[in-house]
Ligand binder design. Sequence first.
Ligand code: NAD
Length: 251
Amino acid sequence: MTDLTGKTALVTGSARGIGKAIALRYAKLGANIVINYSSDTANGEQALKEVHEHGGQAIAVQADISEAADVDRLFAEAEERFGSADIVVANAGLELLGVPITDLTDEQIDNMVNVNARGALLTMHRAAKNISDNGRIVYIASTAIANPVPGAGLYTATKAPGRYFAEVLARETSDRGITVNIIQPGPIDDAGVFIDSIPADSPFRSLQAAGRIGDRIGTPKDVADAAEYLVSDLAAWVSGTTIGVTGGLPQ
Ligand code: NAD
């Protein structure tokens, strides 16, 4: 059993979805939790309430990860409340599927680059500067990186930089005992069922069909299981690597 008592975990984009599942898992394992959300205050408050129900200490911080000053404030508020973070999960991200590259607007490109690429890099940069020795950093990428799908060009391209940043960061922080790893989820849905909003003729639909074991696709719990492993003693010698939680898709 993983024991995170006395540790502090900061998870970006943790008001819902995969980030929330990871934050709640770490709370159950005894960690102090820093919930982060951008604009969905109601979900941030709800996530905070659920962490408290697990008996954990937690704060919820509104911060846009694509803004350097916000990321600085996020880490400063975490430190002020709990001291240096021991675990940082760079999870927050935006999805954009089903738009061919020629149909993308400049606004969509800027937004996705700012949140998915710049935001992930800023989060890991500040994590490396603020995290305690022997800390754990996890980047939530996507199996889209390894499975080019028409209509997912911008998403794929903006999720990739974080992976390579994390791999180099692992080498640069190893002398401090810090591990940096990547989780590449495949298709994930709360209920583990096909995401109906994706048109039946979309190539992403076939990716979902391929990325499953048994009769379901992945759930946030599957990703939280991998995120638990990476901060556990079992993963003390695991760094700079990518774990696919993909239902069998390449990662
Ligand atoms: P989600 O949309 O349910 O949650 C993403 C969270 O990030 C939201 O709470 C959102 O408010 C937050 N966020 C967005 N922009 C932000 C910003 N600028 N600053 C701070 N927070 C911000 O998505 P999810 O499915 O839980 O995905 C979480 C991560 O997992 C993402 O990085 C995504 O790319 C990745 N992922 C998801 C899937 C999937 O199928 N769901 C598959 C592979 C990878």
